[in-house]
Design a protein around this ligand. Sequence first.
Ligand code: UDP
Length: 346
Amino acid sequence: MINEKVVLVTGGAGYIGSHACKALKANGYFPVSYDNLISGNEAAVKWGPLEVGDIRDRQALSAVIKKYRPASIMHFAALIQVGDSVKNPAEFYDNNIHGSQCLLEEARQNGITNMVFSSTAAVYGSPLSDAITEAHPLRPINPYGNSKLAMENMIRDYSAAYGSQYAILRYFNAAGADDDGQIGTAYKTDTHLVPLLMQVASDKLPQIQIFGTDYDTHDGTAIRDYIHVMDLAEAHVLALRHMMKNKGNLTLNLGTNNGQSVREVVNTVRRITGHTVPAQEFDRRTGDPAVLVANATEAQRILNWQPLYSDIETIVSTAWAWRRKQNKQGHRGAFAPDTEQRRLAA
Ligand code: UDP
């Protein structure tokens, strides 16, 4: 009954989920996107069907699972804005934790035994070392990180009790866009550095604000490990294959082992776009550590995964190509007119 090739992708209309669908399709899988379209965009679903629904809606979820009979799930659907999580933890716990339990229950009751889970470096909290391994203490410092850690724990507990398999993938800073220009950032509101820089380079924002110039780093700005979304997507497919060969559960960092400072990213954007990209120095953003860089050697070793697109030039140039395409089409943001605008116009 179960179809080995079918993968239920929750959040398949989102930024990372849509790139994962493309990679799944390229590797012979059939991705079925399940997305409530609150932050995702249906225009990003190009490599399989879209089923519109919320992970908390067990009836809808059950109907989709019975319709397609997936053998595996890639679980991306979640609220992800750290600032929102501080203001409204109730919403995060309901959507992320309760929603994930609904999904786990439907998976369990329908005999789906493989789950690739979209986790985050936010589960580590304030880093105690420069290159973070998977053994780093798990002490999130905001409700978003707390919710992701709770989801990880739930997945592990289900696996221990019910025998399901998992691959928990902890991303560092996802950035960049599909190099064919078919999809890119799908957020309705950009708060991340690279998409905001693309807006400045497109004259949609007057300047970039640099949050913190007094960090203990070589140029005073914070250092992050930027990982290209296509490399992330590829790692998901490799993790799925690993699970389908019953090679055991995984908890892995996905990053590059390298960091770039905010100023370095800004300078790369200036070089690639030819725009002056005015920058204004601001105070640190609350909760932002100085350095957050992965030790991702385990993922490279176990999955035989090599990031191919994650140098900062490729990240910026693919993000820029995507953004220019959107600009040419007269689009305001990631995909536009976005779902919200379409709803309002209807
Ligand atoms: N950042 C910045 N200005 C912005 C957005 C981000 O200086 O407008 C900095 C932020 O403080 C962090 C880095 O850029 O050091 C990456 O931030 P982002 O929000 O992209 O990802 P995060 O590391 O928070 O997950």
